[in-house]
Ligand binder design. Structure first.
Ligand code: ADP
Length: 248
């Protein structure tokens, strides 16, 4: 069996005296979709942000590809930046630069952070914009787009640095309900293309249809994990059952 693309072990993280991760493991095979679900405050976002060093756990290890960090060693900024370069992140609110065009937003990572030639980055950015259905919006400014379109630009931007894994932090939860579908459809097509994705989500239908594995978190631990056909349809743990029932 090939080694998983991403492997986090024993993540422990506190904010002050609030221990929010109590030994979390996340193992993600290449080309797979992992959904993190669970009640608000269970630690999902903190797990996701720990996978790219936006949060620094006290202990635990993270490996993405051949980049490995042991948080107990208190890695420096350069080591954390190397880990961060392995992933693209899509935030709940898209975080686009308002003063840059859509095209400039998508090329900012490859050009400014990675030093790639502008012309090449622009060509690739146009391809990415076409993939998310926004080929005709390259010269628009974020404010001229709907929330769903902005979030699709956010996805194109996350892909522009050709990360090994794309991390999504509740990518549709800030959207009006009628705009959710277009973003989920783009995510589904990325999954079909073989992108490796980790997604914090409340969209159970998406998780059921697209995830290869679902991790249910509660109180800073992974209570249950497995394929959606098990975790979401026939959960073993009472806490998982309770959580799913509350969503009905
Ligand atoms: P979820 O994504 O499951 O809603 P989070 O990972 O966002 O959960 O948060 C888990 C816990 O950590 C919550 O109690 C939250 O209040 C706390 N927390 C998250 N980020 C911070 C922070 N920067 N400072 C202090 N507490 C935080």
């Amino acid at each position: 069996m090939t080694a998983p693309l991403l492997e986090a072990r024993g993540l422990v993280k506190s904010f002050g005296d609030n221990q929010v991760l109590r030994g979390v493991d996340v193992v993600v095979p290449a080309g797979s979709v992992t959904c993190l679900i669970g009640p608000s405050g269970s630690g999902k976002t903190t797990v996701l942000r720990s996978l790219n060093g936006l949060e620094r756990p006290e202990t635990g290890t993270v490996r993405v590809g051949d980049v490995h960090l042991d948080w107990a060693d208190r890695p420096g900024t350069r080591a954390v930046a190397r880990l961060r370069d392995q992933s693209g992140m899509v935030f709940q609110a898209h975080n686009l630069f308002p003063h840059l065009t859509v095209l400039e937003n998508v090329t900012s990572g490859p050009v400014l952070a990675q030093g790639r030639p502008r012309a090449q980055a622009q060509e690739e950015a146009r391809e990415l914009l076409a993939r998310v259905g926004l080929a005709d919006k390259a010269d628009s400014y974020p404010v001229q787009l709907s929330g769903g379109q902005q979030q699709r630009v956010g996805i194109a931007r996350a892909l522009a640095t050709t990360p090994r894994v794309v991390l999504f932090d509740e990518p549709t939860s800030a959207l009006d309900p009628e705009l959710v579908g277009e973003v989920l459809r783009v995510m589904q097509s990325l999954a079909a293309e073989g992108w490796t994705m980790v997604v914090v989500t409340h969209e159970m239908r998406f998780a059921r249809q697209v995830a290869d594995q679902v991790l249910f978190l509660d109180g800073g631990v992974v209570v249950e994990q497995g394929p959606p056909s098990e975790v979401l349809v026939e959960p073993r743990e009472p806490r998982t059952r309770q959580f799913l029932q509350r969503l009905l």
